[in-house]
Ligand binder design. Structure first.
Ligand SMILES: Cc1cc2nc3c(=O)[nH]c(=O)nc-3n(C[C@H](O)[C@H](O)[C@H](O)COP(=O)(O)O)c2cc1C
Length: 183
């Protein structure tokens, strides 16, 4: 697929089917992520491929974080369950920790580039994804479940991968409002 076409085709998928993505497609996308630019060769991105048993635990955690002890309607539970268990893969994207605040910002930018590379590689293979954040990525129990040491790495997103329904078109800003020339 031509690069500009992949950039245009990339959209955040919110509704995934249960169809599984071949592992070679995932591996190729990780190679693409690893080609991202970074300052001072910090290579700050890490991706943790979360197995289905751990995803079940993350689903339970999400329910606790969202609802606590409240009784929740079955249809709502199903919606959240489908969101968290339907996608073929869940990668947890992390950034290496540093005390240097300038580097931390630049490393986050580099990780975002890596995630975009990963997304575009998936698009080229007709696979969709979603970068999600929210309370769950900050929760210490997520680190425990994923066996990620919070002293070493910070979770910056969940990357849900699979086949799904393309979302409605988003109206983007006019180029004239985001680009200017100064002569
Ligand atoms: C850093 C970051 C965090 C995001 N977190 C969420 C999220 O928690 N939930 C969600 O539905 N979408 C999330 N998104 C996806 C955006 O909502 C999505 O990119 C936006 O709606 C534009 O849609 P598009 O990706 O199809 O162009 C996130 C995107 C980025 C870059």
């Amino acid at each position: 697929m031509e690069i500009n076409q992949a950039i245009k085709n990339r959209r955040t998928i919110h509704i995934f089917s249960k169809k599984s993505v071949p592992s070679e497609v995932i591996e190729k996308s990780i190679v693409a992520a690893n080609q991202a630019p970074c300052h001072r060769r910090t290579f700050p991105w890490r991706f943790t491929n979360i197995g289905i048993k751990k995803r079940e635990l993350l689903y339970q955690l999400q329910l606790t974080l969202k609802f606590g002890d409240m009784t929740v309607d079955q249809s709502i539970l199903k919606k959240i369950r489908d969101k968290m268990l339907n996608p073929s893969h869940l990668l947890i994207a992390t950034q290496l920790c540093t005390d240097n605040q300038v580097q931390r910002l630049e490393d986050y930018a580099a990780c975002a580039c890596a995630i975009q590379n990963l997304s575009l590689s998936l698009v080229a293979d007709d696979v969709g994804c979603k970068w999600s954040t929210g309370k769950i990525i900050k929760d210490i129990n997520t680190y425990k479940i994923a066996e990620i040491d919070a002293n070493d790495e910070e979770i910056i997103g969940f990357i849900w991968i699979g086949y799904g329904t393309e979302p409605p078109l988003i109206k983007r800003p006019l180029i004239s409002t985001i680009y200017r020339e100064r002569k």
